[in-house]
Design a protein around this ligand. Structure first.
Ligand code: MRU
Length: 374
């Protein structure tokens, strides 16, 4: 079986972008064409594609496809014209989902690229298009290599933490790891962040078991992570979210590793709802809790977790299952898509540049991390 691909891209011309419709998994494998940023907006909003890196890559490549194919009738009369169109598309696509910073980061980089290209003396519309397309494709390609590096650093970090003095699991050759949501090939360009760490442990023969939570209400764990684990032959066990505390307390977990949607300047981390409960329980049980994320998820412009905009999801995600009611009609619903884990509960943040441990004050200098060489 080949590796799972959430995003299929052909540079053409004509260029093509297709995304695996993740709402249908694990029962149907159907790809959807994404010819422009307008369609990307809908696919991201409706969670046909999800996961912080994957939505950023989809937004970037959708614009590249549109520009290469001239599909929106965009025969630009000047470099300024091409810049204006690019900026408008990017401003729209970033409004699709608010919490993951990777999308805003990709849009900011592409706009800066278009602006730079358009201000070169005698620049043409084609120069701007070429520059934006190259930058979009680089976002896609970098995500793959970054995930491999995260996996490599993360495997070493988990093994070191588990074997450090004072760890209840000291001396274990193969780790038992707990994860949440989906952070694998389906959430990224390929390989994955937190699940990339798990993959890397498995490749080295150092993984005994990967426990994954169901991740209500969208079930990214049971529908997507479980699917990836079975597809790739990793030793996986699925549990309902409410069993995670008992699992940690039972001593069956050596380390927890999750992804992130935004890491604030002090290291507070927004990730899928339920992450905070895992981190709190892990701290209580003395199990090291890691966050794995590319540098593009670190946001030095957001001071603390309290400043992160948490997306509220529709009530129907909680009150219905595949269109059928499962809750008493008329009940009110609180359905945040994400929560914030304080930096003090995080043992370390694993990036493509390496592991950044928490400081003694229980925070991170995210601006410093961004500046560190990879
Ligand atoms: O709502 P989702 O499925 O987009 O949420 C995804 C998560 O919270 C992931 O943990 C995060 O985006 C990292 S994906 C590598």
């Amino acid at each position: 079986m080949g590796s799972l691909q959430a995003i299929l891209y052909e540079a053409g011309p004509p260029a093509r972008l297709k995304i695996l419709d993740q709402r249908l998994l694990p029962f149907e494998t159907e790809y959807v064409e994404v010819p422009n940023a307008g369609t990307a907006w809908t696919c991201i909003k409706d969670m046909q594609v999800r996961g912080a890196p994957a939505i950023a890559v989809t937004a970037a490549l959708s614009l590249a496809v549109d520009l290469i194919n001239g599909g929106s009738g965009n025969q630009f009369s000047s470099a300024q014209d091409a810049l204006l169109y690019t900026s408008q598309q990017l401003e729209h696509v970033v409004t699709s989902r608010p919490t993951a910073v990777n999308l805003a980061d990709a849009a900011r980089k592409l706009k800066a690229t278009a602006t730079r290209a358009s201000t070169v003396p005698a620049a043409s519309a084609d120069d701007v298009v070429r520059a934006v397309v190259a930058a979009s494709q680089a976002i896609f390609e970098d995500d793959i290599s970054d995930n491999k590096a995260i996996g490599h650093h993360g495997a070493a970090a988990l093994l070191a933490a588990v074997n450090s003095a004072g760890s209840g699991s000291q001396g274990r050759q193969q780790l038992r790891v707990l994860t949440h949501c989906n952070t694998g090939s389906l959430a990224t360009a390929s390989y994955g962040t937190a699940l990339g760490v798990v993959r890397s442990l498995h490749e080295q023969g150092r993984l005994e078991r990967i426990f994954c939570t169901e991740t209500r209400p969208f079930n990214q764990g049971s529908r997507l992570t479980a699917f990836e684990l079975v597809h790739d032959g990793l030793p996986g066990t699925l549990l309902v979210d409410s069993a995670a505390g008992a699992l940690l307390a039972s001593g069956q977990v050596d380390a927890v590793v999750v992804g992130a949607d935004r890491v604030a300047a002090n290291g507070d981390t927004a990730n899928k709802i339920g992450t905070l409960s895992l981190a709190t329980n892990a701290a209580k049980c003395g199990v090291p809790f890691f966050v794995a994320a590319p540098l593009t998820t670190l946001d030095p412009d957001t001071p603390t977790g309290a400043d992160i905009h948490i997306e509220q999801r529709p009530a129907e995600e909680v009150t219905e299952l595949q269109g059928r009611p499962i809750a008493a009609p008329g009940i009110k619903v609180w359905n945040p898509g994400f929560d914030v884990t304080p930096a003090a509960l995080i043992y370390g943040i694993i990036t493509e540049a390496g592991l950044v441990p928490t400081s003694p004050s229980g925070s991170f200098d995210v601006a410093g991390i961004k500046a560190c060489p990879s």
